[in-house]
Ligand binder design. Structure first.
Ligand SMILES: C[S@@+](CC[C@H](N)C(=O)[O-])C[C@H]1O[C@@H](n2cnc3c(N)ncnc32)[C@H](O)[C@@H]1O
Length: 257
């Protein structure tokens, strides 16, 4: 899977910038409301990335709780370790969590399982590390949910088709409910978190996503540098005619007692 998006220094920095936008800050607030963490709880943030959510959760569980931030990317772990919060940052993957069995109350994986080759194994790992009655929250995007206005819909479709190669399963939310149930969880009805950008604001998720997409799709799906740059320039030039939306799907599940 070396063909997927690599979370190297440059990509990690771009992801950190996108995840600092008001859109993603609001997404994290919704995630934390659904989790309803209590002081003293132990949490694992799987694929914690730049560590924003882990840091916010550390604040909520307080000095008697613990937040483990696990990520296989050294660049991401470096960013997470730099957050001013008492989080424990560890190397590890969703398929082999570096935690003992029945050691946490809550497991979170936001925008991570869609990058995982063996989702069944990852859900089994979440079950293993959760204490009886523990909660899991999994959030992923269905990349078919993108609605992105441009002046050349055929070119936008080519760019987005190439972008789908950046991860293992661009449509994971469609199968996550049954997969969680098969792993032994009680699954609540999923929620949707839409991201919607209209108008000329540039401090948005979609504006921040453009450089990540352009860097990834160059040379893929027959797209050359000029065509990719023309697409990026086109969506940027729309200014107050910008229209972008995309859906995140959130699953909250409980491990049996
Ligand atoms: C899009 S970022 C999301 C970061 C973070 N969860 C958030 O929502 O802010 C995806 C993260 O998943 C990590 N990742 C990729 N493959 C993984 C795997 N097999 N197990 C755990 N994390 C993985 C990447 O290194 C990256 O930090």
């Amino acid at each position: 899977m070396t063909d997927m998006l690599q979370f190297d220094t440059e990509t990690a920095r771009r992801v950190e910038a996108v995840y600092s936008t008001p859109d993603v800050i609001a997404q994290r607030a919704e995630v934390r409301a659904l989790l309803a963490l209590r002081p003293g709880e132990d949490v694992v943030d799987i694929g914690a990335g730049p560590g924003f959510l882990a840091a916010e959760m550390a604040d909520e569980v307080g000095p008697h709780g613990r937040v483990h931030a696990v990520d296989p990317s050294a660049s991401m772990r470096g960013l997470a370790a730099g957050r001013e919060a008492p989080i424990e940052v560890d190397d590890g993957s969703a398929e082999a969590l570096p935690l003992p069995s029945a050691s946490v109350d809550v497991a979170v994986a936001t925008q991570v399982l869609e990058y995982v080759v063996d989702v069944r194994q990852a859900l089994g790992e979440i079950r293993r590390v959760l204490r009886p009655g523990g909660r899991a929250l999994v959030l992923d995007t269905d990349w078919d949910s993108i609605v992105w206005h441009s002046t050349d819909d055929a070119r936008t479709a080519r760019v987005l088709a190439a972008w789908e190669e950046h991860l293992v399963d661009p449509h994971l939310p469609r199968t996550l409910g049954p997969a969680l149930a098969a792993a032994g969880f009680e699954v609540a009805p999923p929620r949707v978190i839409p991201l919607l950008n209209t108008g000329d604001d540039r401090d948005t998720y979609s504006a921040g996503l453009v450089p990540i997409i352009t860097a990834f799709v160059r040379g893929r799906g027959g797209l050359d540098d000029d065509e990719v740059q023309a697409w990026a320039d086109d969506v940027a030039a729309l200014d107050d005619a910008t229209f972008f939306s995309l859906n995140r799907y959130v699953f909250v599940a409980t491990s049996g007692r």
